[in-house]
Design a protein around this ligand. Structure first.
Ligand SMILES: Cc1cc2nc3c(=O)[nH]c(=O)nc-3n(C[C@H](O)[C@H](O)[C@H](O)COP(=O)(O)OP(=O)(O)OC[C@H]3O[C@@H](n4cnc5c(N)ncnc54)[C@H](O)[C@@H]3O)c2cc1C
Length: 449
């Protein structure tokens, strides 16, 4: 059986942002759960390590391996839509756009999404991928049931009622507890939304911020460095008819991708122009209103490559944190033209979720590929840490084990379950060892038992 599983030898892998790459000895493309089990059993026998890749859209070295890589691209698709209970069952490799299209055809949708839809459902769950809207949790909080293949090759199904602790640990687990092969998600009847984008003067924006958060189903904003203009984006349900989006998507492609790419290249070549480019981009924000079904509105194409950090802070700290961010950029005169993206998320109870037990705001900092980012990111991280920030697991950060233990109260429990589900440590790579496990952690666990 093992020999018939589709596999390629020595195929180089690289992530979307080109910040991580490796050449796995073998990359497997299983097309059934049984094949995933066989690969794990064979890895145990041959003493190989395994990492799983989704769409490779994480910025960190989560996926890197020189041993075996598994892609679930051939284990994808919707298995069943349970209309009576408002749930969908999908295979782990399903991309979010596939899920959105399939659900859309049946008149359903995910309740919330991020700003792209190319990720795999398992990858999005594993790093705590989120959208915006204080009434909605992150994508893993939509999950009702998970089926994983553990590090001993067993098939384990977990839910709130069945192995509840394992469920809370497995949802955001960075591919380190098992291979997510099947997911059951809560869904909603496909809503039609009115999307509005406009620019607002910073002082007025601050006065309205609280109301924007409370009054809108999905609300986010972009702060433009060196500018007093804020872009406000809102999405709310409407009874209006969906419109054709061809022109909107064409405009997006042209302005937010091709024009922005040209401006970004200019900024890279002439870094001191960044502040002017940021102000120009802010001025260029027009007033837009569009009506469409949800899966056509949430995501937009992202063709301009960048580096990114994103932190999740308590929502109550949002206002003071953004004030400090703006001041720091101006005082330190950072050459940055990418706007700062701010979103909100409901609290959840997923052990390694950045929004664990707190209503949160996410603040994301980007830097164009090829421009220096380290100092800028470190300063922004210091502000985020001051306001109790937890980093997004799929984005860059400089936190170590001890920092993570301080901000994740359930990390000890998570690691205990990790040892149970993967006793031979086949799902660990150097990066996971660096940030989560190792001797230092064993010592910490002993001291804090
Ligand atoms: C342009 C861009 C826009 C983005 N927008 C957002 C956004 O709006 N909101 C947000 O929160 N994040 C966003 N992200 C981050 C992104 O959603 C996450 O990094 C997500 O994990 C990527 O999914 P993926 O399928 O590419 O997973 P990968 O990056 O391939 O993998 C991520 C992790 O999941 C694990 N994994 C993958 N498949 C499985 C599996 N079947 N079983 C177990 N583990 C698995 C991997 O081992 C790895 O640890 C964005 C990233 C980019 C590049």
């Amino acid at each position: 059986m093992f020999s018939v599983i589709k596999a390629v030898q020595g195929k180089r892998w690289r992530n979307w942002s080109h910040t991580s790459e490796s050449t796995p000895e073998k990359t497997f493309y299983p097309s059934s759960i049984e094949e995933v089990v066989f690969i794990v059993q064979e890895a145990l026998r041959q003493k190989k390590k395994i990492r799983v890749v989704g769409a490779g859209h994480s910025f960190t070295k989560l996926v890197e391996t020189n041993d075996w890589l598994i892609s679930l691209d051939s284990l994808s698709g919707i298995e069943q839509i349970d209309e009576a209970n408002g749930m969908v069952t999908v295979l782990g490799g399903t991309r979010l756009y596939q899920l959105g299209e399939g659900l859309g055809l049946a008149g359903y949708a995910q309740e919330n999404l991020g700003d792209i839809n190319v990720q795999s459902i398992a990858g999005a769950i594993s790093t705590g991928t989120h959208g915006t809207g204080v009434g909605f949790g992150s994508i893993p909080s939509q999950v009702v049931e998970l089926t994983i293949v553990t590090g001993t090759g067993e098939i384990l199904t977990v839910s709130e009622k069945q192995n509840g602790d394992y469920f809370k640990a497995c949802l955001v687990s960075l591919g380190s507890l098992g291979i997510i092969v099947k997911v059951k998600l809560r869904i909603i009847k496909s809503p039609v939304y009115e999307y509005r984008s406009e620019k607002v003067e910073y002082g007025i924006f601050l006065e309205r911020l609280k109301n924007y958060i409370i009054e809108n189903r999905h609300f986010e904003f972009y702060l433009f460095p060196y500018s007093d203009v804020v872009q406000v984006k809102r999405m709310n349900s409407t009874s209006r008819k969906p419109q054709r989006l061809f022109f909107h998507h064409f405009k997006n492609l042209l302005l937010e991708n091709y024009l922005f790419f040209a401006l970004s290249e200019f900024s890279r070549l002439f870094p001191r122009s960044s502040s002017t480019i940021s102000r120009l981009s802010a001025k260029g924000v027009g007033k837009t209103t569009i009506v469409a079904t949800s899966h056509k509105l949430f995501a937009t194409p992202r063709l301009v490559k960048f580096r990114e950090i994103e932190y999740c802070i308590p929502l109550a700290n949002l206002k003071v944190a953004i004030q400090e961010v703006r001041e720091c950029i101006e005082v330190k005169k950072y050459n940055v033209h990418f706007p700062i993206e701010c979103r909100t998320v409901k609290a959840d109870d997923i052990w390694l979720s950045p929004s664990y037990q707190r209503e949160s705001a996410y603040i994301a900092f980007h830097m164009y590929k090829g421009m220096p980012y380290d100092e800028y990111f470190r300063d922004m991280e210091a502000i985020m840490q001051k306001y109790e920030g937890r980093p997004h697991w799929g984005k860059m950060h400089n936190l170590g084990k001890r920092d993570l233990f301080k901000i994740y109260p359930k990390l000890t429990g998570f690691l205990a379950i990790r040892q149970e589900l993967d006793p031979q440590e086949i799902f660990l790579n150097d990066y996971i060892k660096d940030i989560l496990v190792g001797k230092e952690v064993d010592k910490y666990l002993q001291e804090n038992r």
